[in-house]
Design a protein around this ligand. Structure first.
Ligand code: AMP
Length: 399
């Protein structure tokens, strides 16, 4: 895969250079305060390396969806403040509504080696998400070198992820992307076997290409969450009022056949925790087997299934997980997801969490530091698992 051979910050000389770093500072905010700092913490190794090696560090990122307008509630000002505290060093915030404006230019002109400047939210500019040349050129005009360290947006061709690389001489990845490429890349391309993938979440339609691609690679594919019911219904089981994508039943059967042909073990739930309503107060009822009674919906995998899945994880040497096993947001229906997370935490294997809801679940449940790698990009890691090339990575210089 051409994505796995990219230069990183360690392969170039950054001393005295103006280095524009695309970070992922898309943090959740409440009343102007950052409620989860994980993404800031994740960005620190690259920023610190550049500071220590005498670069002039110009940071940029998007935050939320201002849709091309300067929305004050989506300003990166709180990030500049918090980063200053974390780095114990001033982070100059260049508060231009047009991102590359008077403040940005002046702040960059005034920089000494190891100084840090943060630009305003790149999505204040409508050109950003359309990858339009003028804004890419403006961004590039500030810098000698471009570093992409925003895995979460690497699957999008935007000015600050792809366009800018055309107008700077050198484009490399930072530590975060390097780590993502190492763990996701190695897991998918050269896994130590047995290789088990666990897919859950709401819909089959979101994961069609992931299922298809992973069936080419894994030894065992485990399916849970809302998407399991379409598979079960297609095989003739009763699923009550569970989530169903009727138009994906044929596809599910194709995947069952493909698994057989490839000799991949495909595991589906053998029991469920059901409820009468999609509601956290609904009483949990465990089924006897795969079938669900009329008027009930499957909201979590059952205890037999959790054991079956945990056993498969225990035997694995590489495990990738994307998507919860049930409605883990409701306490009564979180157990399946917890059991799978536990099995992964205890496994003697390389364990990779593919971003999004499963990453959140693993962190909330306190298993975060037991995993080999938790991807910082939901959409990007899904596209990676689909076998797609991510434009924000393809655009970087090869080794
Ligand atoms: P995704 O974003 O596709 O990973 O889906 C995550 C969402 O799927 C979570 O919000 C879960 O609550 C939801 N989910 C998981 N299992 C079920 C289920 N059995 N029924 C309805 N929603 C589910």
């Amino acid at each position: 895969m051409s994505m796995l051979n990219k230069k990183s910050i360690e392969n170039i000389d950054v001393n005295g250079k103006k280095v524009l770093v695309r970070c992922d500072f898309n943090v959740p905010l409440k009343d102007g305060a950052i409620t989860d700092e994980n993404r800031l913490v994740g960005a620190l190794p690259t920023i610190k390396y550049l500071i220590e090696n005498g670069a002039k560090v110009i940071l940029c990122s998007h935050l939320g969806k201002p849709k091309g307008e300067a929305k004050p509630e989506l300003s990166l000002a709180p990030v500049a403040k918090r980063l200053s505290e974390m780095l114990n060093k001033e982070v100059v915030f260049a508060a231009d509504d047009n991102v590359v404006g008077k403040n940005a230019k002046k702040s960059v002109d005034d920089m000494k080696n190891s100084d840090v400047v943060l630009l305003q939210n790149t999505r204040y500019r409508k050109e950003e998400t359309k990858n339009e040349e003028n804004f890419s050129k403006e961004l590039a005009s500030l810098a000698d070198v471009f570093v992409n360290d925003a895995f979460g947006t690497a699957h999008r061709a935007h000015c600050s992820t792809v366009g800018v690389t055309e107008f700077v001489e050198t484009s490399v990845c930072g530590y975060l992307i390097q780590k993502e490429l190492k763990f996701l890349g190695e897991a998918v391309e050269s896994p130590i076997r047995p290789f088990v993938a666990i897919l859950g979440g709401a819909k089959v339609s979101d994961k069609i290409n992931v299922i298809n691609n992973l069936l080419e690679k894994v030894d065992t594919l485990i399916i849970g969450g809302g998407m399991a019911y379409t598979f079960l219904k297609a095989q003739g089981y009763e699923i009550g009022t569970s989530l169903l994508e009727e138009d994906k039943m044929d596809y599910s059967m194709e995947m069952v056949k493909k698994a057989e042909e490839k000799g991949v073990k495909l595991l589906l739930p053998v029991d469920h925790v059901t409820g009468e309503k999609f509601d956290k107060e609904t009483a949990p009822v465990v089924t006897e087997d795969q079938n669900i009674k009329e008027g009930f919906m499957g909201l979590d995998i059952g205890p037999k299934t959790a054991k079956l899945y945990a056993d498969a994880v225990k035997e694995a040497k590489t495990v990738i997980w994307n998507g919860p096993m049930g409605v883990f947001e409701f306490e009564n229906f979180a157990k399946g997801t917890i059991e799978v997370a536990k099995a992964m935490a205890d496994a003697d294997a390389t364990t990779v969490i593919g971003g999004g809801d499963s990453a959140a679940a693993v962190n909330i449940l306190g298993f975060g530091d037991k995993m080999t790698h938790i991807s910082t990009g939901g959409g990007a890691s899904l596209e990676f698992l689909e076998g797609k090339e991510l434009p924000g990575i393809v655009a970087l210089n090869n080794k």
